[in-house]
Each structure stands twice: as C-alpha cells, then as structure tokens.
Design a protein around this ligand. Structure first.
Ligand code: BDR
Ligand code: CA
Length: 299
C-alpha cells in the first residue's frame, strides 16, 4: 500500500477524506497531523481523534501549528459548525493525542518508511512549511505533496483566495516554491463535486454508522440549499484512482503581500516553468460512486 500522512483541520470534508483513506486497501495512513484552520488546533485535534475512534482505527494524531506563520488565525466556523463537524458531538475519543509534535512525527515516519511517503495536505500549509524549514534533508523522503487549496478562477474566502491558502499564504508559498512534486486540487475542480440531496440520502441508507454520520455532516454542510464542494476528498480520490481527474502542469505562485489579493494562487498555464500539476476536471459521478463504495467498507 502507498504510505501517506494526512495533514488536516477536521472539518466536515476533512473527515470524509480521512474516511475514504482509511477504508481503502491501497493507502496506508501512517500518521494524521493537525493544523489550526477550520477551527482552533485543540478542536481539530479532538475531532481527528474522535473520528478515528468512531471508525476504530488507532492512528497516531500529532498536533501541529496553533497559528499561521505570520498572520492571525482566521477560522471557518460558519461552514463547519461550532464543533467543526456540523454541530455533531461525537463521544469521547478512545485514543489519546501523540506526545510528539506534527513535525517530529512526520520526520520520524518519513525517515523510517521503506517507500517514499505522500503528504496529503488538506488544511492550511503551516505544518508542511515548518517541516521543510526545520528538516530540509527530509525532502528526499517525500514522494509528493497532494494539496487541497487554491483556485484559478475565484475564491471562497475573498474574491480571489481559497480558504486554506488564505489562512496561511506564507506557508503556502514555501510549499509551492519548494521544488517538490505537487498536485493542486483547487476550487476549480473541487466545486465540480457538489453533493446532491438524493446522494446524501443514498449515503444515509448505506446501512452503517459511518454512512449515517457522513449524511448528518453533509446535511449541515448543505443547509439552506448551499452548494458545497467535496474539497478535501478529491485529494484522496486522486490517490485511489488518478484516472478520475485531469491535471495540467502549471506554474503556481502564491500572493503573500497584497491586501487585496493575499492568498491568491496565480496559476500560469503558459509559463515554461512548472511547479505543480493542477487539477481542472473530474469525472464527478465516478468519484461519488467511489465515495459510496468506500463508506460501505467502514463500520
Ligand atoms: C477548504 O477549506 C476548508 O474549510 C475545507 O476543509 C477545505 O480544506 C476549502 O476551501
Ligand atoms: Ca480542510
């Protein structure tokens, strides 16, 4: 199986991405690291532990950054609810939080894995940037960084910036400029995977607790007929079945300075320089089928 680290801020769509990865035999989730983003570090770390307890997978959860590198933290409570999971209170976690930090744990996993490890980054990029700065030699052990973040054509937090990049543009710049192989799943593709009401019902009727939980979270996510994208799950779906997506090599630069456009990903398709493969298209129905099939495998 392909070893991965999930760096996240759960988060409703983070939770679904985690479930997709855990359900699969093709991916081996070696570690979950958390980063302040959708909510505070304490809340998203608690959520990660509760979600893993819910599906009965004891994976190390190591807490990372409490705040972005330079900016003040901005959270997305209105999108994910007060608990971060659509207002749902999950029971106490059976597992406890790791004693080591996200960066120590990531370094350790990277050093000791036989194969190179993929980092799936579905929150602000603070932890990944700090890892690269603290342990520059570790880069050789990273297979690729598969990112949910950014947008070519319009943001969701400002007119031009997507949330994960907006929260910590300085960290995002470090990661995009790192020279590591990167795949970017931005709003251009993730907003093509909006979940419809009848699909939420199909998830509710899968016949297990996880299906019910995911449906309840999606009820919250799509309340008042809001159309929400399956952002974070796109990264895992890609690793499970790359043929679902169309990616184009591009040059992606992150704006860090401008008051008007901070956090914008400027995606250049014409440049000879290429630093990321950017996803623009997805076979949306096949991805939703993958979601059903994966959730069915859980308890
Ligand atoms: C991203 O922001 C968060 O709210 C979601 O979890 C996702 O990672 C979408 O812009
Ligand atoms: Ca997220």
């Amino acid at each position: 199986a392909k070893p991965i680290i999930i760096d996240c801020d759960p988060g409703i769509d983070d939770a679904i991405a985690m479930f997709l990865a855990i359900a699969s035999e093709e991916l081996d989730v070696k570690l979950v690291t958390t980063c302040a983003g959708n909510l505070s570090l304490d809340t998203v770390t608690r959520n990660a532990l509760q979600l893993l307890s819910f599906v009965g997978h004891d994976i190390e959860v190591a807490p990372g950054a409490k705040e972005p590198l330079l900016k003040e933290l901005v959270v997305a409570e209105e999108v994910h609810g007060e608990t971060g999971l659509g207002g749902i209170q999950l029971g106490d976690a059976n597992y406890s939080v790791s004693k080591r930090s996200a960066w120590e744990a990531m370094r350790d996993v990277l050093i000791h894995s036989e194969q190179k490890v993929t980092i799936v980054a579905i929150g602000p990029l603070t932890n990944v940037a700090l890892l690269l700065k603290a342990y520059p030699d570790i880069r050789d052990r990273i297979e690729q960084v598969t990112i949910m973040g950014g947008a070519c054509d319009g943001g969701n937090t400002t007119p031009v910036a997507e949330f994960n990049i907006y929260v910590d543009p300085h960290a995002a710049k470090i990661v995009f400029d790192s020279g590591l192989p990167i795949q970017m799943f931005g709003l251009d593709v993730t907003m093509k995977v909006t979940i419809l009401k009848h699909e939420i019902e199909a998830i509710r009727n899968i016949g297990n607790r996880t299906g019910e939980l995911v449906a309840k979270m999606l009820d919250f996510y799509s309340r008042d007929d809001r159309v929400m994208g399956m952002h974070d799950p796109c990264t895992i779906a890609y690793l499970l079945d790359p043929s679902l997506f169309t990616l184009t090599p591009c040059h992606v630069q992150v704006e860090t300075n401008s008051e008007l456009t901070a956090g914008q990903t400027v995606v250049d398709r014409m440049s000879q320089l290429k630093n990321a493969e950017v996803a623009f298209d997805v076979e949306r129905d096949r991805m939703v089928d993958l979601l059903y099939d994966s959730l069915k495998k859980l308890n």
